[in-house]
Ligand binder design. Structure first.
Ligand code: GLY
Length: 366
């Protein structure tokens, strides 16, 4: 199965390819004789982490060298705590040692952390090189690799340093999810459920019809392909209408307002991003129901899907609702002092509002 999704941005259109064994064809896609994305003969710097590279590095490098590229690698330690300017410096050092030029490119092989850092290094080295995203986690496949948000964390907050830098190509090989830990798979499914709620009702229904969603091995090739292609299409649709988040793109933050507060108050321990988003979506569903945007039934359908995926639905008991409210005021999603919430509107549609009150939030958290 192979599906090509286009992201038709006027200045830098690109394709997202979802293809089994796609890892072995990245070079062919890049070198496309009709219109090469990166000219064969150029240098490519593959950025990854040791565990991912051990599984998939040889295949990717073989595909690139066979297509005529000269390849070097830069391996960074794995984990969110290494998503820092220190790691970016390491990529710059490798770029310098390898004499990357303007027409060279960087290739990110890994999850969201590697993808965001490689994208940022590519955005800034020599004032901008091409970047190719080869995501290996479900979260990175359906979210981080598409849309050009790149960056690193500041000690005071996640993703505070960054740039928009669209990739030249995103290659998604579903088979690599085989080695993804089950908890990470479920974390990615939270973003998939999000697309079902905010953009694609058919995706939501397909997820509801699935017997199990909690592990890669129970999902099956066909449904997984549909999950990936529909989610990527949703992201491509939104990003191509609003590249720099002037409006519509903010709906992608559904579940993230309270989710980010939960992650932050837990100091990014004990709850991962997808789990926090799942908790945030359930809370947003309660607010939507109280405000009349959603019926009880719609909120229940979302909750059932989240439960079936094995994701949490409740705020961790140690977090006080007041503490969450206080943190929301410092969130990036605050505009003119108002906290902006993404609210669902039926299934498959959403909107952003500043009308949610402290009482609405407290009632949902209580
Ligand atoms: N992950 C949200 C966005 O790309 O806008």
């Amino acid at each position: 199965m192979k599906t090509v999704i286009s992201v038709p941005l006027p200045d830098h259109p690109y394709n997202v390819v979802v293809a089994a064994q796609g890892l072995d064809h990245v070079g062919t896609w890049l070198a496309d004789p009709g219109s090469p994305l990166v000219k064969p003969g150029q240098k490519l710097l593959v950025v990854s982490n040791p565990a991912i590279f051990k599984h998939y590095g040889d295949r990717l490098v073989a595909s690139l060298t066979q297509a005529g590229y000269t390849v070097q690698t830069c391996l960074l330690p794995a984990g969110e705590r290494y998503k820092t300017l220190t790691s970016i410096q390491k990529i710059y050092d490798a770029a310098l040692a390898f004499h990357l030029e303007r027409k060279s490119a960087m290739v990110a092989l890994g999850g969201g952390v590697i993808g965001d850092m490689t994208g940022f290094a590519a955005a800034t080295w020599l004032r901008g090189l091409s970047v190719v995203q080869v995501p290996t986690s479900l979260l990175a496949m359906v979210d981080a690799s598409i849309g050009g948000k790149t960056g690193v964390n500041h000690p005071q907050g996640k993703n505070l340093i960054g740039a928009f830098h669209q990739p030249r190509l995103v290659m998604i090989d579903p088979i690599v999810l085989k080695t993804l830990p089950a908890r990470e798979f479920r974390a990615g499914m939270a973003e998939v459920i999000k697309y079902g709620v905010i953009w694609d009702q058919d995706l939501f229904q397909a997820l509801e019809a699935a017997p199990r969603l909690d592990q890669y091995r129970y999902v099956g090739e066909e449904l997984l392909h549909a999950i990936l292609t529909r989610s990527c299409q949703a992201k491509a649709d939104v990003v191509s209408q609003d590249e720099k988040e002037a409006g519509l793109r903010a709906i992608l933050n559904y579940g993230h307002t309270i989710g980010h507060a939960v992650e932050s108050l837990m100091h990014y321990k004990g709850v991962n991003h997808g789990e926090a988003v799942a908790i945030g979506m359930v809370a947003a569903g309660k607010i939507a129901t109280a405000r009349g945007y959603w019926t009880e039934k719609e909120a229940q359908r979302q909750r059932s899907l989240i439960e079936k995926t094995g994701l949490p639905t409740e705020i961790p008991s140690q977090l006080a609702p007041e503490a969450i409210l206080t943190l929301l005021q410092g969130d990036k999603k605050v505009e003119d002092g108002q906290v902006r919430f993404v609210m669902p509107q039926g299934l498959g549609s959403a909107f952003v509002t500043s009308d949610i009150t402290r009482q609405d939030v407290l009632a949902a958290l209580g």
